[in-house]
Design a binder for this molecule. Structure first.
Ligand code: NDP
Length: 295
């Protein structure tokens, strides 16, 4: 088999961000500056990195951004108060509460308290319903939206394809499956999870295999049909003494052994990861347009 197409998320994300930059300038000319608030509770190191790059990207695009860092002891009521203030703030169009919050916080209650018109993560039940209804005024969760954008810009045909999504989280697996089965994608979708029987056999059916599990290099070469497209959402830290940090990032797919067997594959890092932030910026622009009434 010839070498697979490497689906370069950095390149596609850069193009999406260029579009966002132009759209931001057009909105600003009409008196609207897109505003994103990112709320971080506690000091989880990975969350700090994610929040930092979201705020930096806002600055690069000319968005107004607000980073709200709260101590790990913040109570549920205090966090709800912050969310209510941001809901009422006209300079803020998008609100994101970085996941995971500390254990004593009821994340679902926080998501439900968000104004759905500012829920740029797309986790509020109203946006989940709009995704199922295929209503374009809703916000699609950024990671699966990024996977779809990668497939689309890489010219990968989804219509009629057998797609298998491993993972059924509300952040990745379920919305991913919804997007693939939607009328503008037309894939035939299977969702697999930890109770699925004979996962390798299910995966081998896939023309498009999406791994969103959180288990390093779980998907092996003999799980993948020759010529399949493989999208690796996983971001796992594995110990690596040869690195200064003491770890390296790896996906849910054993890239080295799987890549030669497939037609296209995303690397980790540099595949789905960069797309997630780009789609967050796109969602914030959509929120700014919808809330300000500017088309
Ligand atoms: P969750 O832990 O919420 O969900 C994992 C899913 O995988 C669950 O549905 C679980 O099944 C399933 N699963 C776990 N073990 C197995 C197994 N052995 N066989 C089959 N299925 C299994 O994770 P997320 O969806 O939030 O994230 C998944 C991965 O994607 C993680 O590595 C995360 O870091 C990464 N991620 C990457 C992003 C990016 O920007 N690239 C953004 C978000 C996440 P069950 O429901 O039965 O427990």
């Amino acid at each position: 088999m010839s070498s697979p197409q490497i689906l370069d998320g950095k390149l596609v994300a850069a193009a999406v961000l260029d579009e966002c930059r132009a759209e931001t300038a057009a909105l600003q000319a009409l008196g609207v500056t897109p505003g994103l608030a990112v709320v971080l509770v506690g000091d989880d190191p990975a969350s700090k990195v994610y929040v930092g790059s979201k705020v930096r990207t806002c600055a690069e695009l000319g968005f107004h951004s607000r980073k709200i860092e709260l101590p790990a002891e913040t109570t549920q009521e205090q966090l709800l108060e912050v969310v209510r203030d941001l809901n009422a703030d006209p300079a803020i169009h998008g609100i994101l509460v970085q996941s995971p919050p500390p254990k004593h916080i009821d994340e679902e209650a926080i998501v439900r308290a968000l104004d759905p018109c500012k829920d740029v993560d797309g986790f509020h039940p109203e946006n989940v319903a709009k995704l199922v209804l295929e209503d374009p005024t809703g916000f699609v969760p950024c990671t699966p939206a990024g996977c779809m954008k990668l497939l689309e810009t890489s010219g990968i045909e989804t219509s009629g394809a057998e797609a298998v999504v491993i993972g059924r989280s509300m952040i990745v697996g379920k919305p991913m499956a919804m997007l693939l089965v939607a009328k503008n994608s037309n894939a035939t979708v299977t969702i697999a999870h930890s109770r699925s029987k004979d996962l390798p056999a299910i995966c081998r059916r896939a023309d498009i295999l999406i791994a969103a599990v959180g288990r390093p290099e779980m998907v092996k070469a003999d799980w993948v049909k020759p010529g399949a497209v493989v999208i690796d959402v996983g971001i796992n830290r594995v110990t690596d003494e040869s690195k200064k940090s003491g770890y390296r990032l790896t996906g849910d797919v054993a890239f080295e052994e799987v890549a030669p067997n497939c037609s296209a594959i995303t690397p980790v890092p540099g595949g789905v990861g960069p797309m997630t932030i780009a789609m967050l910026m796109k969602n914030t622009l959509q929120a700014a347009r919808q809330l300000s009434g500017v088309k």
